[in-house]
Ligand binder design. Structure first.
Ligand code: FAD
Ligand code: SIN
Length: 534
């Protein structure tokens, strides 16, 4: 394939990428690049739903207050306001795109999750994400202006400063994103995709940790690519651990939605004793950081493998109907939730930080926009309110389109041709197993040293090891022909290092960043974002 030229390059096909592609296609040609098939994304596994003010007993003020309270005073008020006030409109747009949300007696059936003071989660049974993907993909496939590239992986972004370092001036506004190099995963061939605007929607990075609710695509590719071209990133110390993933040796990444607790199911110890009241007045429905820490504490104190969700208290037919996917997943692993408690443990789930954007989804590099889990809009602060992320992705992807079109129309210079990818003297890697070993090492060290509970010593150990691992990966990268696994490893390692660096800078405890050496919050010095750039 020759150089692909397009108006809008979209990287990622979760809710953010698909939304942007659909809306941008009304203004020009879109190339939509995605690592696997179109549906494979974190979005596709979302269970609980999408938060919005939809109930008659709810208000924008209450949704805003819940978001800010759970975010430990680091949320950007302007971004939260935009998020909340656009919520009902965006849920209605999803319905117009064909999403079939579960209906209640009056209007939509609204679920509840941790940290929310009201029922405000629109859901499609317990498979909200795959229903959203289904509807958006159906619409994308009908759009003549969108060309889809499945099994294509963005390798690196291309900017003016990267292409012509001599043009580098002190003023970052002079830089501009020209598109990206993209690998066809089947052939390994890398092609330049030249675009007038580039939209990053690559999602999260749960795979940085050994235990995660995320699917394999979540390697932080977009965050790493943006950082490498000089974009600023923020607040990567705030990795959110979901309190309740199914504990079973064969259950990879199986989430038990917080909506289960929202319906009154309690967390219990192996002896059947409830324990969350000791930790927070909202009990099992406390904000996620508190529940995950409490479970971690109880598991370590008692030396047990997991705690339990006592689903047996609910009526069997009701449970099967309200959570059909969770019911069948548990049954697959020999656990009948209508008769026995579900064993659960916390796992890495959501990255609250990411590539810095303003409220118009602009990154610090002109021509590069971002939304969804890879972006840091300021909405989540130090801890994300449950079900705010699908909403954030769609609200800011929508805003990105308007601003990408303005950028596109206002461009002063033609986008130059991106040169062909140069493989230099790279040869085929002799031992692929090295990649898997390094991958495993990173994920374990992040879990053990940069997990739910941190200390200065653990962070220092993690920093030493990741520095060495990254040196080895860079040697590998320059000497051997690139493979998708090597690209993911390189991105994952960079994201791990950024998480560690952010965590070392925040010398306090706040929200998801819990450091035993600084057990208190320090508003005087740290009531601000942690910002990093090359
Ligand atoms: P994603 O949906 O992750 O999409 C990223 C896309 O980028 C994928 O298509 C991927 O293949 C592609 N990609 C990545 N790297 C590259 C590359 N280098 N080249 C090309 N393509 C690339 N949030 C809620 O609000 N409510 C919920 O109920 C909820 N439940 C969840 C349950 C689970 C199990 C998980 C894992 C997350 C859940 N979340 C939920 C979080 C939410 O799903 C995500 O934050 C959100 O879907 C992110 O959307 P996105 O479009 O930013 O990224
Ligand atoms: C869940 O269903 O528990 C996930 C919700 C979220 O991550 O927002």
């Amino acid at each position: 394939m020759d150089n692909v030229k397009t108006d809008f390059l979209v990287i990622g096909s979760g809710i953010a990428g698909l939304t942007f592609a659909l809306k941008a296609s009304r203004h020009g040609k879109v190339a939509l690049v995605t690592k696997k098939n179109l549906a494979e994304s974190n979005t596709n596994y979302a269970q609980g739903g999408i938060a919005a003010v939809l109930g008659s007993d709810d208000s924008f003020e209450q949704h805003e207050q819940d978001t800010m309270r759970v975010g430990y005073d680091l949320c950007h008020e302007d971004a939260v306001k935009i998020l909340v006030e656009n919520g009902p409109r965006m849920v209605n747009e999803l319905i117009d795109f064909g999403v079939r949300f579960t209906k209640g007696k009056e209007g939509l059936d609204l679920g509840r999750e941790g940290g929310h003071s009201k029922r405000r989660i629109a859901h499609a049974e317990d498979l909200t994400g795959s229903e959203i993907e289904r509807a958006l993909i159906t619409t994308v496939e009908k759009s003549p202006n969108i060309q889809v590239f499945e099994n294509h992986m963005a390798v690196d972004l291309v900017t003016k400063f990267k292409l012509r370092p001599a043009s580098l001036k002190a003023d970052a506004d002079d830089d501009i994103c020209y598109g990206a190099y993209v690998m066809d995963k089947e052939t390994g061939h890398i092609t330049p995709f030249t675009a007038k605007t580039t939209f990053l929607a690559t999602g999260g990075l749960g795979k940085v940790y050994i235990y995660t609710s995320n699917p394999d695509i979540a390697c932080g590719d977009g965050t790493a690519m943006a950082y490498r071209v000089g974009a600023a990133v923020a607040n990567m110390e705030f990795m959110q651990f979901h309190p309740t993933c199914l504990y079973h040796p064969k259950a990879k990444s199986s989430l038990i939605s917080e909506a289960v607790r929202g319906e009154g199911v309690e967390l219990k110890l192996p002896n059947g004793e409830p324990f969350m009241e000791k930790y927070h007045e909202m009990g099992s429905l406390a904000p996620r950081d508190i529940v995950a820490r409490a479970i971690d504490h109880e598991i370590k104190k008692l030396g047990v493998d997991s705690v339990y969700l006592d689903t047996t208290v609910k009526e069997a037919d009701w449970f099967k109907k309200r959570f059909p996917h969770i019911y069948s997943t548990c049954m697959e692993f020999g656990i009948d939730p209508t008769r026995e408690m579900i064993p659960v443990v916390p796992a890495a789930h959501y990255m609250c930080g990411g590539v810095i954007t303003d409220i118009d989804a602009k990154t610090t590099i002109p021509g590069l926009f971002a939304a969804g889990e890879c972006a840091h809009t300021g909405v989540h602060g130090a801890n994300r309110l449950a079900s705010n992320s699908l909403l954030e992705a769609i609200v800011f992807a929508d805003r990105a389109v308007k601003n990408a079109v303005a950028h596109f129309n206002g461009r002063r210079e033609e986008t130059p041709e991106i040169p062909a990818w140069d493989i230099g003297s790279a040869v085929d890697a002799d031992e692929q197993v090295v990649i898997h070993h390094m991958w495993d090492e990173i994920r374990r060290l992040m879990w053990n040293y940069v997990g739910i509970v941190r200390t200065n010593k653990r962070l220092a150990r993690a920093k030493n090891r990741i520095t060495l691992i990254r040196q080895e990966i860079e040697e590998y990268y320059w000497n051997f022909i690139l493979t998708p696994d090597l690209l993911e490893l390189r991105n994952l390692a960079l994201c791990a290092e950024i998480i560690i660096d952010c965590a070392m800078r925040r010398k306090e405890t706040r929200g998801l960043h819990y450091n035993l050496d600084y057990p208190n919050r320090d508003d005087k010095h740290f009531k601000k974002d942690t910002i990093l750039f090359l």
